[in-house]
Design a protein around this ligand. Structure first.
Ligand SMILES: [Zn+2]
Ligand SMILES: [Zn+2]
Length: 124
């Protein structure tokens, strides 16, 4: 697979049985449908996001990209809970692309929300 942002090669990396493609160049991450959600729930999974957030920010601006899997034009998405996280989603295969550093950021908040909900109490 070729990186849709910098055209470098992407390598398969696996964490706890979930496979992700990571770019050799910009270190962007490609997730198959909902794998970013599944992976964010697994402890330590931010270890796959080895790239620099500074480089990720630069590639964040490259947003007219084609799906590396099925070549469709990807949609520009924003995480509703974290509006500073912009990512791209394929309308056909539902794969998503995160720039370097974005998955760690996404995961951190997701886990915080999880604990907040866990410790939330009903008001009497
Ligand atoms: Zn790349
Ligand atoms: Zn696709």
């Amino acid at each position: 697979m070729q990186c849709p942002k910098c055209n470098d090669a992407m390598q398969t990396v696996a964490y706890d049985g979930i496979e992700v493609e990571r770019c050799d160049g910009c270190k962007g991450l490609w997730f198959d449908m909902l794998d970013h959600v599944h992976l964010a729930a697994i402890e330590g999974s931010e270890a796959i996001d080895i790239g620099s957030a500074e480089i990720g920010k630069r590639f964040n601006k490259v947003d007219d990209i084609k799906c590396p899997d099925c070549r469709c034009s990807m949609l520009k998405m924003v995480d509703v809970r974290q509006p500073h996280i912009w990512y791209e989603s394929c309308p056909s295969c539902y794969g998503v692309y995160f720039d370097a550093g974005e998955f760690s950021d996404y995961k951190e908040k997701t886990i915080m929300d999880f604990f907040r909900e866990l410790f939330a109490k009903e008001r009497l």
